[in-house]
Design a protein around this ligand. Structure first.
Ligand SMILES: [Zn+2]
Length: 78
């Protein structure tokens, strides 16, 4: 797997629309995220493993790798 994994994602708050570019951990998921616009604690939507998969422009690294390998993205925290 040589596909470049992006480790930055732009999170968009579903509550206030605040967009923030955040670095993603490459070996773990981030389940909670505090919006810096309105202070709401974001949690993943049902079926998503982390906030980046739900609200980011780029899914989290484990999912990117799984997709690059053609796998149907499993939960990255499994
Ligand atoms: Zn917000």
């Amino acid at each position: 797997m040589s596909a470049a994994v992006q480790d930055f994602s732009e999170l968009t708050c579903p509550e206030c629309g605040h967009v923030k570019r955040e670095r993603m951990p490459t070996d773990a998921c981030q389940y909670f995220y505090d919006c810096q616009g309105c202070g709401m604690v974001l949690k993943p939507k049902a079926g998503d493993c982390c906030v980046f998969c739900s609200y980011g422009t780029v899914p989290c690294p484990p999912i990117q790798i799984a997709r690059a390998q053609g796998a149907d993205a499993p939960g990255c925290c499994a």
